[in-house]
Design a protein around this ligand. Structure first.
Ligand SMILES: [Zn+2]
Length: 197
């Protein structure tokens, strides 16, 4: 019998609604069914949410890899914005984006994952491409409105630090770019190439 339920493990996530929203978002990603997926709350210095493969024996065999989405509830951005206080649409858009990263990792052998990690950390263009792919995959899974809501929320939220907003503009798709993705997805059911501005 084919597997129909995701293997979802929560680590340090007390909020019932965050658990619920993550499970609902994950349900739209059937290609992740074979992989255990963790949602973990953890203190992070430089990011608010991130998606990574778990480094264990499964890491070396694509089919057996585990993946983890980490979110921070303490530092930097979340001093100003607590994840558990965000509206549903914004959180779901964010989760959908992180799961988009994981889909983007699925076909990469372990050496490819290490190359990805280095490229992401060292080369801003590589990072922007990766962020673009994660948004595109999320839109492709039906989360266009939510991804847009996340973007608008972060850009418009008055209390976010300036350097964080600057980073958002530099590395992430703009609301207009996401709207173009959604329109193309609705009209043709496929993703267009995004033109660099
Ligand atoms: Zn991302």
């Amino acid at each position: 019998m084919p597997q129909t339920e995701h293997q979802l493990i929560f680590q340090n996530v007390q909020s019932d609604h965050l658990r619920q929203w993550f499970a609902e978002t994950l349900a739209a990603y059937p290609e992740l069914l074979p992989h255990p997926i963790y949602l973990r709350k953890v203190a992070m210095r430089y990011s608010t949410m991130r998606a990574q493969p778990v480094i264990n024996w499964g890491f070396f065999r694509r089919a057996h890899r585990h993946y983890r989405v980490d979110f921070s509830n303490h530092l930097e951005v979340t001093v100003h914005v607590k994840v558990r206080e965000l509206p549903r649409e914004v959180v779901v858009g964010w989760f959908a984006h992180e799961l988009g990263h994981i889909v983007d990792y699925l076909d990469r052998p372990w050496r490819g994952m290490i190359a990805f990690g280095l490229g992401y950390a060292l080369w801003s263009r590589y990072m922007r491409e990766a962020e673009k792919r994660a948004d595109s995959i999320a839109v492709d899974h039906g989360f266009g409105a939510e991804v847009l809501a996340t973007k608008r929320y972060l850009i418009n939220h008055a209390t976010l630090p300036k350097h964080y907003k600057k980073r958002l503009r530099k590395y992430y798709l703009s609301a207009d770019e996401i709207e173009a993705l959604i329109t193309a997805y609705e009209e043709e059911g496929e993703m267009p190439d995004i033109v660099e501005i």
